[in-house]
Design a protein around this ligand. Structure first.
Ligand code: COA
Length: 169
């Protein structure tokens, strides 16, 4: 494996994060966003992860340079009592074929949130996505159920499997 490091995301990473994510918006049902966004369009999302804010965002860098993926926590649902549940997001750049990046990113993210006031971590996975299912199971997530056909993209309905784990296993 080439040298891959992780660190918290910086505002200067945002154009690259947008590039990574826009690829999945345009070409896959993995995210249910259907329209790519500009860097400005992602600013509000990024700011929820800035210093002192509720959520975290980490990036993986290849050979100390190019960002090849990111993972983060985010709000699960807006009502206040959901505050102790976070939903994760994780994307490795499509042109990066190196294995192990997802594992490094989740490891870094979960270390970062270890002391936070979080009770449950949840993740929704559009099916099929064997890499994501394997990654979540590896990190102790349990499959709690699958919503059938609850998103339509590319003229087709997609199922979403939901996973959860406690903060501490
Ligand atoms: C999901 C994703 C982040 C996983 O990252 P990754 O770098 O491939 O993950 P790793 O190499 O660390 O592997 C994690 C596990 O997935 C397995 N895996 C990886 N690619 C796989 C594939 N194509 N098919 C089946 N299993 C796969 C690995 O064997 C490993 O399992 P193990 O721990 O049992 O050995 C990455 O594939 C990705 O960005 N995919 C596109 C975006 C996406 O699906 N995001 C998640 C949305 S829910």
């Amino acid at each position: 494996m080439r040298d891959v490091t992780t660190r918290p995301a910086l505002l200067s990473d945002l154009p690259r994060l947008a590039e990574i994510y826009n690829h999945y918006i345009l070409n896959t049902p993995i995210t249910f966003s259907t329209r790519p966004s500009t860097v400005e369009g992602f600013t509000e999302w990024f700011e929820e992860h800035s210093d002192g804010k509720r959520h975290r965002l980490v990036v993986a860098l290849e050979d100390g340079g190019c960002v090849i993926g990111y993972a983060g926590t985010g709000r699960f649902r807006p009502k206040e009592a959901y505050e102790t549940t976070v939903e994760t997001t994780i994307y490795r750049s499509a042109e990066c074929t190196q294995r192990g990046v997802g594992t490094l990113l989740y490891r870094a993210l979960f270390e970062l949130i270890a002391g936070e006031d979080i009770h449950r971590i949840v993740a929704g996975v559009t099916l099929p996505n064997p890499a994501s299912v394997a990654l979540h199971e590896r990190f102790g997530f349990r499959h709690v159920g699958t919503f059938t056909e609850n998103g339509r993209k590319f003229g087709k309905y997609w199922d979403v499997a939901w996973f959860e784990r406690p903060l501490r296993l």
